[in-house]
Each structure stands twice: as C-alpha cells, then as structure tokens.
Write a protein that binds this ligand. Structure first.
Ligand code: FMN
Length: 109
C-alpha cells in the first residue's frame, strides 16, 4: 500500500510478488496497479519485471494474473516467474535467487 507511482517510474526493474487469493492477486497489489496504470503509461514500456507467487495449492493462478497485468502495462518479462505452495524450500529459494539475477541482468542490457 506504501508503493507509489514515483517508485514505479524511478526503478530500473521490478519484482512483483503476491499470495494467491481467490485465484487472483492480493487486493493491496491490485490497488497499486489500479493507482499507477494510467499515469505510468508511456513511461514504463519495456521495464523488466519478474513475478513470484504463493498459494495454498500453488500460486499459478496469481502468477498468470501478474503476467496479464504486466502485459497491460507493457513491462518486459525478464524471466519466467516462480509459483510455490506455502513456504519455499531451499530449491525454490535457489530458483528465486536465479530469477533475481536474471532480472538484474535484464537491466544491464
Ligand atoms: C482470502 C484468501 C483466499 C485464498 N484463496 C486461495 C486460492 O484461491 N488458491 C490458493 O491456492 N490459495 C488461496 N489462499 C491461500 C493463500 O494463497 C496462502 O495463505 C498464502 O499463499 C500464504 O501462504 P501461508 O498461508 O502458507 O503463509 C487464500 C488465502 C486467503 C486468506
């Protein structure tokens, strides 16, 4: 809820994470997208993003929603997102680490 349009415009890349709530993203993140969509258009095209989600049964639905919304913003998908059931295992954490590296590399390009 604290994230602002200025945060979005000022960052080089962005990682969006959410719990799966009712096969959708959290209301707080949706609120951020709602507040920033129109005023950011034309200024965030091609900004690299990565997505991660957790859910009682996997988080894939939330991940799909994130990809769809990021497509509307015209962000550039830097790497395939991560969906996890509950707390992440060491293997999932390693995958998240890799996602972060790929997101950072997308900025350098
Ligand atoms: C209101 C609400 C709706 C939820 N809906 C879903 C859902 O549709 N699918 C799902 O996989 N998990 C659902 N969950 C589970 C959350 O995704 C899960 O609690 C969250 O990822 C955090 O994981 P944790 O409870 O293990 O900390 C829901 C949780 C809440 C509170």
């Amino acid at each position: 809820m604290d994230a602002t349009l200025e945060d979005l415009l000022g960052c080089d890349a962005i990682a969006f994470g959410s719990a799966d709530y009712f096969s959708y993203i959290s209301g707080a993140l949706k609120d951020f997208f709602d507040r920033t969509y129109y005023p950011s258009q034309g200024q965030v095209t091609g900004k690299p993003y990565a997505a991660f989600a957790t859910g009682g049964s996997g988080g894939e639905k939330a991940l799909e929603v994130l990809d769809r919304i990021c497509g509307s913003f015209k962000f550039k998908k830097a790497v395939e997102g991560v969906a996890v059931v509950g707390a992440p295992s060491p293997e999932v954490l390693a995958k998240c680490n890799d996602v972060g590296k790929k997101l950072a590399n997308a900025v350098a390009k």
